[in-house]
Design a binder for this molecule. Structure first.
Ligand code: XLS
Ligand code: CA
Ligand code: CA
Length: 439
């Protein structure tokens, strides 16, 4: 039974189309730098925002009806969400989805009941996957919503709560593997603290690492070949979250010997909350060989919280795709961890939001490829450091074959160095604009 009646199969119609229900830039078959756009951009639907969230906020009830014809809180509703999700993905040509355990089924008081429901729904999803090319991008366990996680999951002060977190990770891993997931995410929702007055930070960090180690051990034992991901976020819900940003998360993973099994899932809006740009956290991950997957959304410069908006900023998308192309692509995907604004409550709005996000990243990909093909920016950066390749002093530094004494003698002989060449920021920004807007 068709759920989104009146919504057609969304097709690529080109930049001049005036149909709101069409792609202007996302052309899955278009070849960009030798690869299909659909391969560059494995888009994913976020189960929680798209199929569960109704627009509830601190000040008001939901505006969107996500019942999909079934009574909420029932297994019929859980199945209706699967039906809606698959129709939605098929109409948009999206090949992946991401989920938390409790997005899929209503959570029961007893974990045995919840787990049985998860078995049932994953059978149903598996059945639904047959005959389509839709797969799971990543799964995760929601270890922040239930009141038991008020003091964290891996970082909790209660051994019993820790055991429940472990049980949820185990089950979420089972389901992820069953659905062929490419990755498994740890987002430390409440892994952080409000005040150090009541917190043993070292104890909590060690316990979080142990939970992750057990997850790796179990995941590999049931045949999970994909990557584990940490998704950094500096704050919200906690005042301070341990996985503050990419650099912090990488340091943590390396310190605990988890860096072989883990990569990062970088969310744009989390990078900006940490006081960075999206592309900064992508670059930090990439140069450490840990750029795994992306949560494609954007925040709002006027608001200091996690607004999870659909991406429409083409400048940022271009810079992000530049990082991705330079990194040689990602093994994960682009998950729209984004929600429509509260007054955008219709089914049509859900589609328009995904069209916006997919077109923004498609345009970002096209423009990033043009920047690379143009070559002027790359050439500038290469030349910027050329003194390390062309002078004897530079060569000895690069070869790591000099010393403070030798460099000091050279500096004294010189008296004063010439100023380095111009940073040319404005010139490069002009090139960026030219590539973005040329006819
Ligand atoms: C919340 C996070 C969350 C993770 C998955 O801010 O983005 O949705 O992506 O738990
Ligand atoms: Ca977010
Ligand atoms: Ca996210």
């Amino acid at each position: 039974m068709e759920i989104f009646k009146g919504i057609p199969q969304i097709k690529y119609e080109g930049a001049n189309s005036t149909s709101e229900l069409s792609f202007k830039y996302y052309d899955p078959e278009k070849i960009v730098l030798g690869k299909k756009m659909s391969e560059h951009l494995p888009f994913a639907m976020a189960w929680w925002h798209n199929l569960c969230a109704t627009g509830v906020d601190m000040f008001g009830r939901g505006t969107a009806d996500k019942s999909f014809g079934a009574k909420e809180g029932t297994m019929e509703h859980a199945k209706a969400k699967v039906d809606a999700g698959f129709e939605f993905m098929q109409k948009l040509g999206i090949k992946y989805f991401c989920f938390h355990d409790v997005d899929l089924v209503p959570e029961a008081d007893d974990i045995k009941v919840t787990n049985a429901r998860l078995d049932e729904i994953s059978d149903y999803i598996l059945q639904k996957m047959k005959g389509t090319d839709i797969k799971c991008l990543w799964g995760t366990a929601n270890m922040f919503g239930n009141p038991r996680y008020m003091n964290g999951a891996g970082s909790t002060n209660s051994a019993d709560v820790y055991a429940f977190a472990a049980a949820q990770v185990k089950k979420a891993l089972d389901i992820t593997v069953k659905l062929g997931g490419r990755g498994y995410v740890f987002w430390g929702g409440r892994e952080g603290y409000e005040t150090l007055l009541n917190t043993d930070m070292a104890f909590e960090l060690e316990n979080i690492a142990y939970l992750m180690k057990m997850a790796v051990e179990y995941g590999r034992s049931i045949g999970f070949k994909g990557d584990f991901y940490v998704e950094p976020k500096p704050k919200e819900p906690m005042k301070h979250q341990y996985d503050f940003d990419a650099a912090t998360a990488i340091g943590f993973l390396k310190a605990h010997g988890l860096d072989k099994d883990f990569k990062l899932n970088i969310e744009a809006n989390h990078a900006t909350l940490a006081g960075h740009t999206f592309e900064h956290d992508l670059r930090v991950s990439a140069i450490n060989g840990m750029l795994g997957s992306i949560d494609a959304n954007q925040g709002d410069f006027l608001l200091g919280w996690d607004t999870d908006e659909f991406p429409y900023d083409v400048y940022t998308a271009t810079k992000a795709m530049y990082e991705v192309l330079k990194a040689g692509g990602i093994t994960g995907g682009f998950n729209f961890d984004a929600k429509t604004r509260r007054p955008s409550y219709t089914a049509e709005d859900m589609f328009k939001a995904y069209i916006l996000g997919m077109d923004t990243f498609a345009l970002g990909l096209i423009k990033a490829a043009e920047l690379i093909e143009d070559g002027r920016i790359d050439k500038f950066v290469e030349n910027k450091y050329s003194s390390f390749r062309t002078t004897d002093t530079g060569k000895s530094i690069l070869a790591r074959k000099t010393s403070l004494a030798e460099l000091s003698a050279y500096a004294e002989k010189l008296g004063a160095p010439e100023l380095p060449a111009s940073g040319n920021q404005e010139g490069l920004e002009s090139i960026f604009n030219q590539i973005l807007f040329k006819a």
